[in-house]
Design a protein around this ligand. Structure first.
Ligand code: ADP
Length: 952
């Protein structure tokens, strides 16, 4: 049903209207036809009844006489009259008793039998014929006038009346063929009429529905075009003022409205497009302006970087002079006040250089010229070396500098050690700067390890002034400081954290701070490194340390924690106490319990009882004296070592002590338990003589720099020839051979790069190769590459650091230099091995003092004698005088002087006066250094002798 309904609904409007018209008209026609047929059938039957009845009545009245007279023949004749009606199939006359009197049978007519009567009178036998009498026997008997339709016949009976009395009955049977054929005919005509009217109706309905559907279809058509083609200018055609006409009017009205709005919209769109075009062209203009401005800014930035590089050069050149000259002046015999001044100059110049470096780094970051190296290094070694100078600074403020490595931190990593050190130095330097008392602690642990790489987490915490929460983010911005006022207590550029933060980002990590005002700060940063298979030296196995009872005495809780953790890692059994009194108590208790502490790690700087006093008390109580004492000092003050010796302290270490160093020192001390040993770790300056004097050609135009470089090199025992520019350098190289050329890059007439290219060109013919080391105040990206590309072997940036200078010059010369030869034992950086001297003289201080005084009186004479022999060119005299000095130097453990004298002694006549002069200069310098050292030693020993009568 639903399907039919849906099907109907989906039909076109024309079909629906046509269908509806047919559905409304056709049933009426069909009903009318049926009614007409019914009416016609009824009236035909009535007519048949009437005709047959009249015929029967005629027969009845005509048969009265025949019946009254019993004349069957006459009755027969009368009956034969019915033959006119072709539909009468049978007719009969019955007597009142039902006896057949006469009959007519159409089927027998013409065969002579139609008047057959069984007995002419009174025969009671039933007539034979096709129609059964019994069907109307009742009517016959009762002389009723009756019409009865049976299956295919009409039976009519009429009484035969004689003077009001019935004397018989006429029976007529008519067939119904007439009725049937009429019905068929009529039905056919009706059918034809119906058929014709159906098609007519269909035709008319179809034609008429168009009156309604056509305007609607036109409307639909227009709607489709409007929908698909957005043709709001189209209008539907109206065909009348009916509802559809009104609908079309409404639709057209809507279209007009839409068309108007569309026109308005198009107009507005056009206006908008014009506005956008206008704005775009304005934007294009301003973009062009901006690009020009950007190009100008980039140009300005490049100019700024260049300016910074040049300024750096300009500032570094005089700085080189200031720092170098100050160092040289400090090496001379200056009085206390002058030394004070000079040291202040040096410190100021150093901090000026640090600021300069920060600004240069910042400009490199700004101009994206910062480069990163990727080399394997030991992070522990890096930190150990880095904290030494910082520890001195911390100690000057009374702040303790500590550090701790988690054992999980890999031994060797690959990255840029210089940049990592820069970040750590900045954070620790800041922490020291902003911590008036307490401690600064660096902790290193591993955050994550992947195949071939590691992420390390560094934390620098302090007990300083802290940072307010609202400044936590801004301090990482350039030039930002918590206290930005002009009256601030702490100096600084405000660039350190910005640089650190960039460096950390470049190392694939992040930096952040946790801090509260007045409650210290903790700076954290992470950094990613590759790991390497390079095996770094590990702490030796130390069975001696296993289960060793150790007493840690330190007032600083963090330090106690670190030492405790380290000793626990080494399987010792540490106990930590926080003051001298507690230490004495712990030692007595352990001794009484029969398990004395084998080792005491004693902090020097403690309130109440300091480390020395504790050591003294231990020494004074024999029951406690079995322990080995190691002193840990953060100050490294002059005189502490000797106090340690006096007190029988086995080792003296300067904090912060690298874990490996502490481990090694403990092992050494325990190993030589019976001996008294000391371990000193002062920060030394590498001012010893070189293992072999080099012939150095210094190409440098600046006189101050010449003076500094010559001073540094001569102090190291090298022979220097100065050239003022590249041309002079080439000439000098033509005249004589050199082991190394120190080449300034910027020089008048011929710069370092051109000179180097010229030297290398010439060498191509001879196959020789002189080592050329660049010296430049430029510190920008690409300088090094440019120098190396021109043929230089190495690169030093100004101001020249003596240690770097010596390392760079001497490193390779001992291997590849043209005059390389097998050398004697390496000389010490200090002129005399004090320990060895003391040992040699049995730690007899008065004797040591006496020997020193003798040497001081004797040495200048011997040096003068050698000088005279050298000047005379008297090889034999040189040999004997040098030999004598060599012996004296050996007695004093002055290995450097001993070596210098030996090389003079071994110098033959062929060596030439120049070599002899050079060797003498070296010897004279070394002799001066030895005497200087001995004078100081003599003074300190004399003072100690007068202060105490104790011997050690
Ligand atoms: P600088 O130290 O040269 O001023 P930095 O960028 O290194 O510049 O530091 C920026 C500021 O952050 C410092 O001026 C200081 O105010 C604050 N700051 C840095 N470290 C600490 C610290 N450990 N404790 C307190 N304040 C700190």
């Amino acid at each position: 049903m639903l399907k039919i309904r849906t099907w109907l609904m989906n039909q076109s409007l024309a079909r629906k209207l046509t269908g509806m018209s047919l559905a409304a008209g056709q049933p009426a026609i069909v009903i009318a036809a049926i009614l007409i047929m019914a009416y016609d059938g009824t009236s035909s039957r009535q007519r048949l009844v009437r005709d047959t009845g009249m015929l029967a009545e005629v027969v009845a009245s005509n048969s009265t006489a025949a019946l009254a007279f019993g004349d069957a023949q006459a009755a027969q004749e009368t009956l034969r009259a019915v033959a006119v009606n072709e539909h009468i199939v049978w007719a009969a006359v019955f007597l009142n008793d039902g006896t057949l009197f006469a009959r007519y049978d159409r089927s027998l007519a013409g065969k002579g039998a139609d008047a057959a009567v069984a007995n002419s009178r009174g025969s009671r036998s039933a007539p034979t014929g096709p129609s059964a009498l019994p069907a109307d026997a009742d009517a016959v008997r009762r002389h009723a006038a009756r019409e009865t339709f049976v299956q295919d016949a009409l039976l009519v009976t009429r009484p035969i009346i004689l003077v009001k009395d019935p004397i018989g009955t006429v029976f007529v049977q008519s067939d119904l063929t007439d009725l049937r054929s009429r019905a068929i005919r009529f039905g056919t005509i009706i059918g034809l009429v119906l058929f014709a009217t159906f098609w007519l109706a269909l035709f008319l309905a179809y034609r008429l529905q168009r009156i309604i559907s056509s305007p609607i279809l036109r409307l639909t058509n227009v709607t489709d075009q409007v929908t698909v083609g957005r043709r709001y200018d189209l209008r539907a055609e109206k065909s009348g003022e009916d509802e559809i006409g009104r609908l079309i009017d409404g639709f057209n009205g809507m279209l007009s409205e839409i068309q108007n709005r569309d026109a308005l919209l198009t107009q507005q769109k056009n206006q908008l497009e014009q506005t956008v075009e206008l704005r775009t062209s304005e934007l294009r203009h301003s973009n062009t302006d901006l690009m020009l401005a950007r190009d100008r800014a980039m140009e300005a930035s490049r100019a700024k970087s260049e300016f910074l590089a040049n300024m750096s050069h300009e500032i570094r050149t005089p700085m080189n002079g200031i720092i170098g000259m100050t160092e040289l002046a400090l090496d001379t015999d200056v009085n206390r006040e002058q030394r004070d001044y000079l040291e202040t100059v040096k410190a100021s110049a150093d901090s000026l250089l640090a600021i300069l470096n920060e600004i240069l780094d910042f400009s490199k970051i700004e101009s994206r010229k910062l480069e990163f190296e990727s080399i394997p290094f030991s992070i522990r070694e890096l930190v150990a070396n880095m904290v030494k100078p910082l520890a001195v600074k911390a100690d000057q403020k009374g702040v303790e500098l500590l550090y701790d490595f988690d054992p999980g931190v890999p031994a060797a990593i690959v990255g840029d050690p210089i940049r990592l050190q820069q970040v750590l130095t900045n954070l620790i330097g800041n922490a020291i700067k902003f911590t008036p008392h307490g401690h600064v602690l660096l902790e290193v642990r591993e955050d994550a390890r992947q195949e071939g790489s590691t992420t390390l987490h560094f934390q620098v915490s302090d007990t300083g002034i802290g940072i307010p929460a609202d400044k936590h983010a801004t301090i990482f911005e350039a030039f930002n400081q918590v206290d930005g006022s002009t009256t601030r207590r702490f100096g600084g550029t405000g660039l350190g954290l910005t640089i650190s933060s960039t460096l950390v980002q470049m190392m694939g990590g992040r930096i952040w701070v946790e801090s509260e005002l007045g409650a210290g700060s903790a700076f954290h940063f992470t950094a990613g490194f590759d790991t390497t298979e390079i095996v770094m030296p590990e702490a030796p196995e130390a069975p001696l340390l296993v289960d060793l009872p150790v007493l840690i005495v330190d007032d600083n809780s963090v330090n106690r924690r670190i030492l405790h953790t380290q000793l626990t890692r080494w399987h010792a059994q540490p106990t930590a106490v926080d003051c001298g009194h507690a230490a004495i108590d712990a030692l007595s208790t352990a001794a009484t319990a029969g398990r004395p502490f084998r080792l005491v790690l004693l902090d020097v700087n403690m309130p109440d009882l300091d480390g020395f006093q504790v050591a003294e008390q231990i020494g004074a109580r024999p029951e406690l004296s079995g322990s080995t004492i190691m002193m840990l000092s953060s100050s490294g003050h002059h005189g502490e070592t000797s106090r340690c010796r006096e007190l029988g302290v086995s080792a003296y270490l300067t904090k912060p002590v690298p874990a490996e160093d502490l481990h090694a020192a403990i092992c050494r001390v325990l190993d030589r338990e019976s001996k008294v040993s000391t371990e000193t770790r002062p920060v030394r300056r590498s001012t010893g003589l070189a293992t072999r004097p080099l012939r150095v050609l210094l190409a440098e135009d600046n006189v101050v720099n010449q003076r500094v470089a010559v001073g540094m090199l001569a102090r190291r025992g090298h022979v220097v020839t100065v050239a003022n520019n590249g041309i002079e350098a080439l000439a000098a190289l033509d005249r004589q051979g050199f082991d190394v050329v120190l080449m300034d890059v910027q020089m008048p007439e011929m710069g370092g790069l051109e000179a180097t290219t010229a030297i290398r060109d010439r060498e191509r013919a001879t196959g020789a190769h002189v080592r050329i080391v660049a010296m430049t105040a430029h510190a920008m990206k690409g300088d090094r590459e440019r120098c190396l590309a021109s043929g230089m072997d190495d690169y030093l940036s100004k101001p020249i650091d003596p240690a770097k200078l010596y390392a760079t010059l001497e490193l390779e010369s001992t291997v590849t230099g043209p005059s390389a030869s097998a050398e004697g034992p390496t000389r010490s950086a200090v002129p005399i091995d004090r320990d060895e001297l003391m040992e040699r003289l049995g730690h007899d201080e008065p004797l040591v003092v006496e020997v020193i005084q003798l040497f001081l009186a004797d040495c200048p004479k011997r040096v003068d004698a050698i000088k005279a022999a050298v000047d005379r060119g008297d090889a034999e005299a040189i040999r004997t005088t040098a030999h004598a000095l060599k012996g004296a130097a050996a007695n004093l453990s002055a290995t450097g002087l001993h070596e210098a004298a030996r090389s003079l002694e071994e110098m033959s006549a062929e060596s030439g006066p120049e070599a002899a002069q050079a060797a003498w200069r070296q010897l004279a310098i070394e002799a001066e250094r030895v005497m200087e050292f001995l004078r100081t030693l003599e003074k300190s020993l004399a003072a100690e002798l007068s202060a105490t009568s104790r011997h050690w």
